[in-house]
Design a protein. Structure first.
Length: 663
């Protein structure tokens, strides 16, 4: 055959038992078999081509180039036939030093069990129409040395790439650039697996020293990926997905290394639809740099559980860019009196452990400003920042029940959609850890609370038609009204950042927890648990037509927040007067006495609340005269409480006390 030096004819079997040097291409005809148990050394730029119905077996043997030069690799013919070509690599059989170890252009049946793919620019490539299912068991994909001609730009691309394949299953395999052999640029270390398969199942495998360990794409809503029990070490991106469908990511270990060329991310989810991130471990050895355990960009508002993960020694634990507007979703649901199966509160980040993490949780809504939960010891207080200029609003969480901070984003300009992100921060640490089903009906406590919130007219005029004082009274019993960016922006017209008493009142109201807050957090948790249960055994539908092409880019256009942060209201503390009262005894068993400070008097009467620190207990109290200053607390359970008072519309402050039981 012209241009072919060696061929295996139909019905013939050729066995390579020893070391054989080929000098030209090989062609395996339909019905022919080439079996390699020794070493077949192929010349530079040569290839082995399989016609439909041809077979190649590498059993303990190796096909490569003994000088380390790159040959073209094994290829299946683009022609179709009644029987696909068959490639079997078993018992430690290997392909090495190839530009592409196996390039499947046409139909092929591949058996990859205990295979070795070594020092290939690309190891395995399965193109659209070549195969429906790929199964890889106990295989080793390695780069042990710089590839030949690396100075001319030859660098690892991917170990396994599939386009248009329905199902990909990988177990017990290793994907590694061995230390000391790779080019030290995190963008040129190659991908472990690059695939747009509709169903992906990767288990008990390792991805080490790569640009991206797993890079998965699918725009098919009925797709599913299962990433379970794997280990990702020193990759720029451990697992990166752009996936529509269910993503189940469980019991994986992500060990992060910092790189000078850009940020490092353990788990990066782009535009995720439904995902469960469960019992994973994210950690770095050295800490510092631009590292984040988990990054989520533009998530759908589905109730996706991010439960029971551990984040250790990281600058950032969880980073969310452009989250769904949860408060708007909540308000819409309340106004329409929807059922809980239609309520979408976004990813639920519950029961996670943060150990030596600088920023536990950061959110950027519009890339101008962001908000975060930060270890107080890491704070840098930036002054001269007005509350109403902050993207998250400013009239909330004033008593700092959590170490909330704001930080400047990476873009310049005015905020597009100011949003405080409070519901996100409520679900991170959680007000409770309940897994029970929550009564959401409209005659329940939560239902009534949401109904009152939904009844707020959508206009600033309604708030202030009779002045600032009635407006404060209207919202005092519904703190969520101020937590919504939709309503908090109305207060800017009163220049509240310059009127201390208004600012104190707004901060107290919006930072005040009621039991409905706990119920709302429990509701989100309950719905996420239901998602976890329903997704556990769901399977992708039999849909073979995948029209989307494979996206191989690494567009990471945003940057992480620096630790140059400022606390909400932190710089205003020196201006804030002390509370207008004190209480004693503290701790207390049966009663407490409220004593006005100098310059204050019960006068026209005080109104206030006693609230438990978790928001589950709240009671209104009235002190009409000096005879009422002794308050009976014998019926309260033991715990930490907050008592606060108003004198008319003037906020008098808040004081904490501890209730103890009798010995």
């Amino acid at each position: 055959v012209s241009g072919v030096g060696d061929q295996v004819s139909g019905g013939d079997t050729v066995v390579i038992k020893d070391t054989v040097y080929a000098h030209e291409d090989w062609l395996i005809k339909s019905g022919g078999l080439l079996r390699v148990t020794g070493y077949l050394s192929m010349p530079i730029d040569s290839r082995i081509v399989l016609e439909p119905g041809a077979r190649l077996e590498i059993d303990r043997g190796t096909i490569g180039n003994l000088c380390g030069d790159l040959w073209q690799g094994v290829q299946t013919d683009t022609l179709s036939g009644p029987i696909p070509a068959t490639i079997s690599i078993i018992n430690g059989g290997a392909i090495e030093n190839a530009r592409t170890g196996i390039m499947a252009w046409g139909p092929v049946r591949a058996e990859l069990d205990n295979s070795v793919l070594r020092n290939c620019e690309e190891s395995l490539v399965f193109l659209r129409g070549s195969v429906d299912t790929i199964t890889v068991r106990n295989c080793s994909f390695r780069i042990t040395d710089k590839l030949n001609h690396y100075e001319e730009g030859i660098a690892p691309v991917s170990f396994l790439r599939s386009e248009g394949v329905s199902r990909l299953t990988v177990s017990g395999s290793l994907f590694i650039n061995e230390p000391g052999t790779r080019i030290y640029d995190a963008n040129w270390m190659g991908s472990g697996i690059l695939s747009d398969a509709r169903s992906v199942d990767i288990r008990n495998s390792e991805f080490i020293n790569l640009t991206c360990g797993l890079n998965l794409f699918s725009k098919t809503g009925e797709s599913r990926i299962d990433i379970i029990g794997n280990r990702f070490v020193n990759n720029r991106f451990g697992l990166r997905t752009d996936y529509s469908g269910i993503q189940w990511i469980e019991d994986n270990q992500f060990i992060l290394q910092r790189f000078n060329s850009g940020p490092t991310v353990g788990l990066l989810l782009n535009h995720p639809d439904r995902f469960a991130v469960y019992r994973n471990n994210f950690e770095s050895v050295f800490g510092g740099g631009k590292l984040a355990g988990m990054v989520i960009t533009e998530p759908e508002p589905e109730n996706s559980p991010v439960f029971s993960n551990v984040f250790s020694n990281l600058p950032i634990g969880v980073f969310i860019d452009n989250p769904p507007e949860i408060d708007a979703s909540l308000l819409t649901w309340a106004k329409n009196m929807g059922a809980p199966d239609r309520l979408r509160l976004g990813p639920q980040l519950r029961f996670n452990l943060f150990d030596t993490v600088g920023i536990k949780f950061a959110i950027v809504s519009d890339s101008i400003f962001g908000s975060a939960i930060v270890d107080p010891g890491s704070l840098y207080d930036e002054e001269s920042r007005r509350a109403t200029q902050w993207t998250p609003g400013g009239f909330f969480w004033y008593d700092q029940k959590l170490p909330m901070v704001a930080f400047p984003g990476w873009k310049q300009g005015d905020p597009v959609n100011p949003g405080h992100n409070l519901y996100w921060f409520m679900n991170l640490p959680g007000i409770s850890s309940s897994e029970k089903i929550i009564d959401w009906t409209w005659n329940s406590e939560l239902g009534q609370y949401l109904n009152r919130l939904a009844s707020f007219p959508d206009s600033a005029e309604w708030f202030f038609d009779s002045g600032i004082y009635p407006a404060l009274e209207r919202i005092k019993k519904i703190p969520a009204a101020l937590r919504s960016s939709k309503y908090s922006v109305y207060w800017e017209r009163f220049r509240a950042e310059e009127d201390l008493w208004i600012r104190e009142s707004l901060g107290s109201i919006s930072g005040h927890f009621v039991s409905a807050d706990s119920l709302l957090t429990d509701l989100g948790t309950s719905m996420a648990h239901q998602s976890l249960a329903s997704w556990a055994h769901s399977q992708p539908r039999d849909q073979k037509d995948i029209a989307e092409g494979l996206n191989t880019g690494f567009d990471f256009s945003f940057d992480f927040p620096e630790m140059r942060t400022f606390r909400f209201g932190g710089f205003l503390k020196p201006e804030s007067p002390p509370p207008g009262f004190l209480i004693y005894p503290n701790p207390a068993q049966d009663y407490i006495i409220v004593q006005p400070q100098e310059g204050y008097s019960f006068g026209t009467g005080w109104t206030g609340h006693i609230t438990s620190s978790d928001g589950r207990y709240s009671s209104e109290i009235i002190i009409a005269s000096w005879q009422d200053q002794k308050l009976n607390i014998s019926g309260l359970p033991s715990g930490l409480y907050i008592i606060e008072f108003y004198n008319g519309n003037k906020y008098l402050g808040a004081v904490k006390f501890i209730k103890i039981t009798h010995s």
